[in-house]
Design a protein around this ligand. Sequence first.
Ligand code: UD1
Length: 448
Amino acid sequence: MDAIRITGGVPLSGEIVIGGAKNAALPLMAATLLTDKSLTLINMPELMDITTMSNLLRQHGARIDQSALAPDARSGVAGSGVAGSGVAGAGEAGTTGRSMTLTTECITNVTAPYDLVRRMRASVLVLGPLLARRGEAKVSLPGGCAIGTRPVDMHLKALESLGAKIQLKEGYIHATAPGGLKGANVVFPKVTVGGTENLLMAAALAAGDTILENAAREPEIGNLAECLNAMGAKITGIGSGTLRIRGVQALHGARVAVMPDRIETGTYAIASAITRGRITLKGTRFDLLESVFSAMRQAGVSIEPVPGGVVVAAENGLAGVDVMTEPYPGFPTDMQAQWMALMATADGASMITETIFENRFMHVPELTRFGADVNVHGASAIIRGRKKLSGAPVMATDLRASSSLILAGLAAEGETLVNRIYHLDRGYERLEEKLGGCGARIERIIGA
Ligand code: UD1
């Protein structure tokens, strides 16, 4: 298994280009199952989770072509079907410009097997589209997960409201809708990102009108809804907690930009702050991460939006700031572990309260190996900042926990070895290269 070795204590300085958002790209890819025409996605990140989703979609019958767009071909696609949606960041100078065209002329297999679903919970996003287009789906239950039980009960209840018949047998969700799905009023008891995405896709091809109340408002939902509209869907209320979908009989192809990854943006913003450096983040947007940037400013970090990006700079003397994770526009749970690493280096104490996932403090015992002073009480953690962290061998437990260990390693004096980094490869592309370009002493050790 690969590991990452870091020799910390270097203030980072330079530019990092932010890639397309993993959590936007995955549902956008699943939308191929809704149409027999081609869907082209630009600004696609290169990540393990994208490969896993490609493999899943291929075995449902999708054909997937990938290419790198020539720089001059990019300018024409940024507004494609998503103008005004806040996703036009792709196609601007500085983005990677990789594209992917997905075509599912017919769905050849309605089963999403355990072996693929267990690798990535977002695989459950094929459920809504398969059911809407084929009237049938058999999707493995995602099962346990490092950050809590993460059930899919809200996805299933909402699909039942649209007329689906659902049974759980032998670890699989068997869903059918022989007469097709029918629009309905759905009130989510709790905000669910994946549930909202599954329902948006299912309702796009249902007969009649669907209203999703207490829908997730994450920008990735907006990216998906704008994409579906570009494919001919009729969705209004985008960006609000109430989405209205008028079902249509068929969807067509489209060409859509994947929004910048706000969690990658936040992680590198913290890399700059935790090393007391200065990094320009390019190809991203300030407004995607206002809650995190505002907490960083409170801590004393300078955050300056500039055309096409954000400049993040910090000096010693950061203050401890309390945060509580919440659905968007609140502080994202996917930035909680990274925030803890930063607070471990601030002057004074701070408290983090995790309200989205149970058991999402798996990084705490690993962070304490750097000398961080963290005490967990139920859903809250108290962090007492230290003048210095010191490098240590540590073990990654999940995707965002892994990035907090990289951040602590960048700040710590001496050598850090982060093991089990396959978690990182699921969500951060060319991490060593991007950080190394800003002066970090970081290397991948193959087969450590
Ligand atoms: C998505 C993101 C993930 C992020 C999370 C919360 C993707 C691919 N993943 O995950 O990175 O951490 O949003 O912002 O976009 N829940 C239920 N029943 C359900 C569905 C969810 O109880 O049917 C619970 C979950 O266990 C969790 C909470 O609701 O406690 C929120 O989960 P949800 O928003 O659905 O997260 P994901 O879509 O899985």
